[in-house]
Design a protein around this ligand. Sequence first.
Ligand code: IPM
Ligand code: MG
Length: 371
Amino acid sequence: MEFNLAVLPGDGIGPEVVDQGLKVLNAVGQRYGHTFNYQFGDVGGIAIDKTGSPLPSETIEISINSDAVFFGAIGDPKYDLDPKAKVRPEQGLLGIRKALGLYCNIRPVKIFENLSHLAPIKKDYLRDVDLVIYRELIGGIYFGEKGRSNNGQTAFDTCTYHVSEIERIAHLAFRQAMKRRNKMTLVDKANVLESSRLWRETIQSLSSQYPDVQVDYLFVDNAAMQLIINPSQFDVILTENMFGDILSDESSVLAGSLGLIPSASIGEKTSLFEPIHGSYPQGAGKDIANPIATILSVAMLLDHLELNGEARTVEKAVGRMLEADMGTPDLHTKTILSCSAAGDLLAALTLDDNLKPEGYSYARTKSSSDV
Ligand code: IPM
Ligand code: MG
């Protein structure tokens, strides 16, 4: 089959990790006889540098007209240090989410057995952790009315949700729970926030349509603690935009590295696939970034294209590399690979089920400090 993908590498390590994802996609194409056509677009800081806009209209156009969007990362410290900057790379990411109507962001967190020592949490607590966060992505405080008073001394950001915005993601989360362990936890702050009370009310009234799903309600502060002291209680976590942003970074700690968690964003138009990590500017250009989150995002993209066997092959390639105790410096594996060597190896493992990772010529035994 033939697919047209929009590829938006973005800033920092974005282009490096996206390159590894493309190697794996090409390997999938070669093995299964698919053609992936890539159309590249600029977004974020690089787009500002080239065009003055973090999201040029051409980028929106190629994204809308593609079968899926493959996204790297955006962000640049020069903007972080300048809170007065009028144009920011993040506007590119938020803008494309809004332009594509990507209201549902899906962030799965699984533990790779042989990486569980990386988490700063006792191994026993990590047993059976397998959760997925359904984060609302184009509403709430991120997109509500915001501003400053005339004298600049007061600032505000408003969190607004309409019941229809809650319902559309809730249906997806309920259906996902039914395919998993039939448990859904709504995370909110309903003891304080009116918008949270609307979330709770809406989920309570929808729950009768999903009698098999057990629904729990947790305040976000408690949820943040429960994720550390008892993470295996969670199956599907449903939450609003900002709580989902925070809890998903927190959950990545369970897996051992932010570099392991992929995501899919789905909604009204074309879906988008991106690692949850940011642009990691300190690591850019050094070939040390972990491409696994991006490559697992490729697997989610393949599932979305209904290439499920292909997606499983990619996931297995990641598992085989990690079982061989090979990975990028953040994983502290026995064999340390550069980002590009990890991408080459994962592409080779995707092509060949019988390849032994240890024997692959790109594998170099080095200490992390050499890379
Ligand atoms: C994420 C990121 C973004 C967000 C930033 C870069 C705007 O942290 O995808 O989690 O806050 O949504
Ligand atoms: Mg985030």
